[in-house]
Design a binder for this molecule. Structure first.
Ligand code: ATP
Ligand code: MN
Length: 572
């Protein structure tokens, strides 16, 4: 019987092994193999890689990862040359299954609670061994060695060990790719990810509540992934480590933000915001150079990107609205869980049959005006806090005082639109502190205090931008057209908003926000929600509702902040 799957197994000895041996990098590889085994043996006597059985591909060429993914993982090559992969059952992160190991070196720093759930060291050992044992059953194991952090002073060396070519290529795109020289002298990594995502956690292991487990051990500087193949877990694992190391060990501020640079005015902008608020979309700007779309460090010297690539949403992606991102989807890029036309391999970005969270991971140099190296020795000039307010209450743009900036950073507000199926018609508010609660490692106030201090030092302007609903809430209004938001961002960058005199700002009393009365290329009635809503009573009702939600959400921070920050919230 002919089975296409069986076919490759029968001749795997030749096509797999040969190209690798012929690979000019094989010398590097051999050296690595020895180091790697050496490390395993002397460091962890409990588990190691069985080099007599498995074959390791280290920093394999992109084309080879394509070939493996197509041959073994059901991947498809898209019409523009991107690799379309599928992550299986999980198409998003699994925050409830995330654990942090409770150990003496980090226990006093970690913000324990529902975001950082404790795991004991022994359970980590069990899961780690389970992951390594699983990897030992694979014929092929992939290793990717790369860096996190573009500033050599602060960067860390990351090693990813996984069994899917898709995962190796994903981290090839998302980490900073070492040069051949750097790879040769890579040495021991600072952080290792063992990704055995295809294999489940054992539900009878202490503390496991499902077959998925994503865990980080700051003492061993290791991450273990079981039971989820969603590649974004690895990316956020690296961020978690930087979100711990940068403030604790280096005294630098790590941020869940995008960043770009304007050569004309020599200025850096940071964009904060939760998922879907526009960090990736708005930081890709033809007038500016992209530093990065998701994870940065604001250091004493300036701003640098943690990653070597971007991870853009693909839902409803169009070349007209997001030309840079659309053009980045080509050979080397990974499309995740995107539906495609089987005849011509053209992706259908409007199709949510697999998930709404369709993504593309591409190396940052695929954005034509990326600033490489992704590090700028400048303190930020503008801080933009993005929110997607589906209640339609917050103005498309407002100017924040330093106290309001601290307030909104700690509150971390955005909202989700109601799902179409479950009959929920109300937007769903989300308050996610520091605009990044799922990845917060330390007490939120540690990041917030550092941000306030750095903003003060740099004299940065702060703006709150609502990329969500205008002229009504979800259902009656509409999402702020992207071209208006882009015009607002332009007005921030060309200095015209900051130059607008006080009397050209209106005060939105309930939230204490200053709304500019004019912004070039934006109709002025859009700028003030009090004017944009046709139904004033309905508007006032939503204002009260949202203000109440802010007050309730902020209550947990009231004791930690000073009076001025407490007073910077809505008053209704
Ligand atoms: P994540 O943290 O998950 O990566 P993100 O903040 O990077 O999220 P984006 O990928 O930029 O979010 O998603 C914003 C989405 O909203 C895009 O699909 C974009 O096309 C859409 N959008 C619609 N209107 C606007 C607007 N006015 N401003 C920004 N984005 C908008
Ligand atoms: Mn993004």
């Amino acid at each position: 019987m002919y089975t296409p799957h069986g076919a490759h197994h029968s001749h795997y000895q030749t096509p797999y092994v040969t190209p690798y041996i012929l690979n000019p990098a094989s010398q590097v590889h051999d050296q690595f193999e020895n180091n790697f085994m050496g490390k395993e043996i002397e460091y962890f006597s409990e588990a190691g890689f069985d080099m007599t059985k498995i074959h390791i591909r280290r920093n394999a060429p992109v084309a080879q990862l394509y070939e493996d993914a197509v041959r073994n993982e059901g991947a498809i090559i898209s019409s523009t040359g991107a690799l379309i992969n599928f992550s299986g059952k999980k198409t998003g992160r699994s925050p409830k299954d995330k654990r942090i190991v409770f150990e003496e070196t980090s226990k006093d720093d970690i913000w324990w609670g529902p975001v950082n759930i404790k795991m004991d060291e022994h359970t980590f050992e069990i899961n780690r061994e389970r992951a390594i044992d699983y990897l030992n059953t694979r014929d092929l194991v992939y290793v990717f060695d790369g860096y996190a952090g573009w500033d050599p002073k602060y960067r860390i060396k990351v090693r990813v060990i996984c069994a899917r070519a898709y995962h190796a290529l994903f981290m090839n795109n998302m980490l900073i790719r070492p040069t051949e020289e750097e790879l040769k002298d890579f040495g021991e990594p600072d952080f290792i990810i063992y990704n055995a995502g295809q294999f489940p956690a054992n539900r009878f292991t202490a503390g496991m509540t499902s077959t998925t487990s994503v865990e980080i051990n700051f003492k061993r500087m290791e991450m273990v992934i079981l039971g989820t193949e969603y590649a974004g877990e690895m990316k956020k694992g690296v961020f978690s480590v930087m979100h711990y190391l940068m403030p604790v060990k280096f005294g630098q501020l790590s941020l869940h933000s995008s960043a770009n640079y304007g050569p004309e005015r020599d200025d850096v902008t940071l964009f904060f915001g939760l998922s879907g608020t526009g960090k990736t979309t708005l930081s890709a700007d033809p007038k500016r150079q992209l530093i990065g779309d998701d994870e940065h460090v604001w250091s004493d010297e300036g701003v640098f990107n943690i990653e070597g690539g971007c991870y853009a949403k693909c839902i409803n992606l169009s070349p007209e609205k997001e030309p840079e991102i659309h053009a980045a989807i080509r050979f080397g890029s990974i499309l995740e869980n995107v539906v495609y036309n089987p005849i011509n391999r053209i992706p259908d970005y409007d199709d949510v049959a697999i998930t709404e969270n369709t993504r593309c991971a591409y190396p940052i140099e695929y954005i034509p005006n990326a600033h490489i190296p992704c590090s700028v020795p400048r303190q930020p000039t503008n801080i933009i806090m993005l929110t997607c307010d589906a209640f339609g209450v917050l103005p498309p743009v407002s100017k924040l005082t330093p106290e309001q900036a601290s307030y909104h950073f700690l509150a971390g507000y955005t909202s989700k639109t109601p799902g179409t199926e479950d009959g929920v018609l109300e937007p769903i508010p989300t308050f996610s502190t520091c605009y990044s609660a799922p990845f917060i490692v330390l007490q939120p106030s540690r990041y917030a205090d550092m941000l306030a201090e750095r903003m003060r030092g740099a004299g940065a302007h702060c703006w709150l931008i609502n990329t969500g609903w205008v002229g009504g809430k979800y259902g009656s209004g509409s999402r702020c057209p992207l071209k208006y938001t882009r015009a607002i961002v332009d007005a921030i960058h060309n200095g015209s908003l900051a130059a607008l005199p006080e009397n050209e700002y209106d005060t939105f009393d309930a939230f204490g926000l200053s709304i500019p009365t004019k912004v070039e290329n934006v109709p002025s009635e859009v700028l003030d929600p009090r004017k944009a809503w046709p139904d004033k009573d309905a508007f006032n009702k939503e204002v009260k509702k949202l203000a109440g939600m802010f007050n309730r959400a902020f209550a947990v921070f009231e004791k930690q902040v000073d009076e001025k920050v407490r007073a910077a919230g809505p008053r209704v």
